[in-house]
Design a protein around this ligand. Sequence first.
Ligand code: PGA
Length: 224
Amino acid sequence: MKRYVLANLKANKTAKEFTTWLADFGTPPQTDTVEIIVAPPSTLLTQLQTERAVGLKVGAQDVSPYPLGAYTGAIAAQQLAELSVQYCIVGHSERRQYFYETDVDIAKKIVELLSFGITPVLCLDEPYIASQAQQLSEEQRTAVIIAYEPKAAIGSGHTPSVGHVEEVSKNIRQYFSSVPILYGGSVDELNCEEFLLVTDGVLVGTACLDGRQFAQIVAKCAAH
Ligand code: PGA
């Protein structure tokens, strides 16, 4: 079974710090059992594309809900695709909370990403599993990866029980039957393996900020 490990660097790292991060992370295990995705801020996507080690996949943290055009400040899916972006996080609770993104906005982003061959990593918490699914066609629902991200677990150091993650994954499966489901929220090198018992991978925030720590998480997931 293929595993996914996604580093969400959020709005962290200068170019110089990211060079250090890539050096600290080193060379990932050369195996096709684990898909290792790094999602830096968009200012560092070019750097990731050129300096990344073999085997690292390029991810983005956000995309415009619109195509190329007069949308000041936005980055279109077509522009991400040019930078070798293969995955893009959408619907993160921080985007919903601080940028007021709605299920409808997120559905538009998914349409843009899919039309340029980029796989959306759709973040869901329990309150909006059903409402978000309703905004997507059957075809779109089979073309995404889901990250179950309980808001209370994000950045808090508190994780739900594995049983709870399994339970919610079953609920997600009612709408997204055949796609990989990841867990995200205070994942680290000590707890990542337990979430792999009930999911297809992990989305890592705080614990990916140190390249060496992220490498440890990747190593555990690759060996699992
Ligand atoms: P965290 O963040 O690992 O710091 O909880 C995860 C996320 O927000 O995706």
